[in-house]
Write a protein that binds this ligand. Sequence first.
Ligand code: PMP
Length: 396
Amino acid sequence: MSHPLSERIKSLPASATLAMAAKARELKNEGKDIIGLSLGEPDFNTPDFIKEAAVEAINADYNSYTPVDGYAELKEAICTKFKRDNGLEYASNQIVVSTGAKQSIANVVQVLINPGDDVLLVAPYWVSYSAMVILAEGNPIEIRSGIETDFKITAEQLAAAITPKTKLVMLNSPNNPSGSMYTKEEYEALAAVLEQHPDIYVLSDEIYEHIHYDNATPFSFAAIPSMYDRTITVNGLAKAFAMTGWRIGYLGGPAWIAKACTKIQGQVTSGTNCIAQRAAITAVQAPVGKIKYMVDEFDFRRKRIIELLEDIEGFEVNVPKGAFYVFPDISSFFGKKLNGKQIENASDFAMYLLEEANVATVTGDAFGCPNNIRISYAASLEEIEEAIRRIRVAVS
Ligand code: PMP
C-alpha cells in the first residue's frame, strides 16, 4: 500500500551510514559477530569534569525552556573559544546554539537557499549536506576530488563549478570521511576565487577541529578577512568531547544569518536542552589539553590501521591528518570476482566486507567519492586489528 507522503520527504535519500549500521545490527541479531567500523562516534565516555557540570545543573534546577539561541553564558563562552582557537571575533548576537552541529547546518541551508539555488559540495562531503540541500529544494552540485589530490579541490575546480545560480559552498576540514585538512594557503586560494563572486556564502564545518595529527594546524575559513562577512562557522561538542548524545552544536556568523537561524529554530525545536547547555559551558571553556588523551589514542590507532591497510594488496591508503576515519581507494577490485561475488562498485565492496568479513564500513558513494570506502578507527585497537585481519582474508 502506498502512503500519501509529501514529495519533499519522498525526495529525501536515507542516510547511508545509518542504513549500514541498521544492516550490521540486523546481522548481529542473527548471531553474527559483526565489527562495526561504520559510525562516526568516539568510543570514549564524556570526561568527568563535563558530567559533573551536568549533575550540578540538574541539582541547581535548570529545567525551564532555554533561550532559543542558547544561554547567554554559553554564547559568551563560545565567543571566547572562537577568539582563543580560531582568531575569530564574534559578538553574542552572532552565535546560535543548536541541537547538534547538524541542526546548525540545516538551519543555515534553510535560511539561505531558495528553490533552484546551487550549493557546491566539495567531495568527499558529509552525507547529510546533500540531503539538507534537497530538503530546501536547492541543487547539490558536487566538485569531485580523489586520493591523488589528498581529497582536496583546487581553486580552478572551484572557479569552474560556479554559475550565476551558486549561492553557497560547503567546506569541511578536518574532513569526514577523508580526514584531510586544508592549509591556510589552500583556503586562501579558494577565497581568492570567491572574492570575484560577492553573492556566494560559505559554510565552514569545523566539528573535527580539535582532532588532528602530525602537527597539522586547523584553519578557519572565516579568518580570511575578505571571507568573514559571508562565512558561517559551524562547530559542536560531539566529536572532541565525546558528547555525541548530548546534542550541542553552534554557529558563528553574520548577525542577520544568526537572527534568521534563531527564527527557524524558534518555530521548529526551541532552544536546546538546558542540562546539556550548562555542561557545554564547562566543555567549551576547558583548555584543549584536557582532551588530548583521546586525540593521542586516536593517533595511535590511526597509525596502526594505516600500517595494516597498506599491507593489503589492492588498497590504496590515504594518510588522514584529522578526524577518525581512513578513506582507502578500493577501485582496483571493481570488475573482479571475490569468492564468487561480482564487485562493480564501492557499495558492492562494502556489502561484501559486511557479509564475508563481518566488518561494517561505509561506501564512498554516500560521500560523492565512488572509488572509496570509509573505515572509522573510533573503535578499540583489538577490534581494529581483528577487523583488518578479516578484511585481508576476505579480499585475498
Ligand atoms: N558535520 C560533520 C562533518 C559530521 O561528521 C557530523 C557528525 N557525524 C556533524 C557535522 C554533526 O554533528 P552533531 O552530532 O553535532 O550534530
